[in-house]
Design a protein around this ligand. Sequence first.
Ligand code: ADP
Ligand code: ADP
Length: 228
Amino acid sequence: MIRFEQVSKVYPGGQKALADVNFHLKRGEMAFLTGHSGAGKSTLLKLITVIERANGGRVSINGHDIAKVTRSQVPYLRRDIGMIFQNHHLLMNKSVFDNVALPLIIEGFSIGEIRKRVAGALDMVGLYGKERHNPIMLSGGEQQRVGIARAIVNKPPLLLADEPTGNLDPKLSMDILRLFETFNDAGTTVLIATHDLGLIARMKYRTLTLKQGRVLGAEELNAQDGLG
Ligand code: ADP
Ligand code: ADP
């Protein structure tokens, strides 16, 4: 589903963010992406969503070489990707319904279909009945669930999360990861960037570790305790 081959990224200011990154995430797989702040996690996700472009190497999504995707094709590629952020990026003055419905409105679904799908998405994240609330009235954990409902409402085959549990306590964080697990069980490919190693250690999934823009191999991981 996602393949990085010798990928490098240098920002216009000269800041090196990724170097020689190789990895493959199979369809239906769930994996974690970890490393300290500044290691390149967000940049890697931005290359997948084509918010940024690589300077070298090849990024392929669903067999498509991203370098060949034109600017006008980018929105179609993004439809297949559900994106979840630490700070939710919710519209606080709009209802939960309006927030979750947004991707469907953009895609031009009928109002009947939108109602059905939004209800289904809110049910999946445990927020059924909160349609009329504004996110501002909800707890941090509930707000994160609204962001997740919005990301999955059009049933994308790929789910990316950037520090989805950054503002949550350990119990709520684990609940959110279990939620990702249920999407993965239903066939969605999931990649979660997080620096919360305690959380990852409690789950059985593959972990890709970045350090200063490079992927650490198993030997380097053993040689140092934690991330160094
Ligand atoms: P992480 O998500 O692991 O914290 P980032 O991908 O955000 O790491 O950052 C990797 C490196 O690239 C850091 O040195 C960061 O300062 C730099 N960086 C990230 N975004 C930009 C940008 N838009 N312009 C310049 N440098 C950036
Ligand atoms: P995070 O750690 O969640 O990636 P940051 O606060 O590091 O968040 O970055 C916020 C935004 O600023 C991101 O879009 C990131 O790409 C960008 N950014 C990070 N470092 C730099 C930098 N050195 N120069 C310009 N933009 C940057």
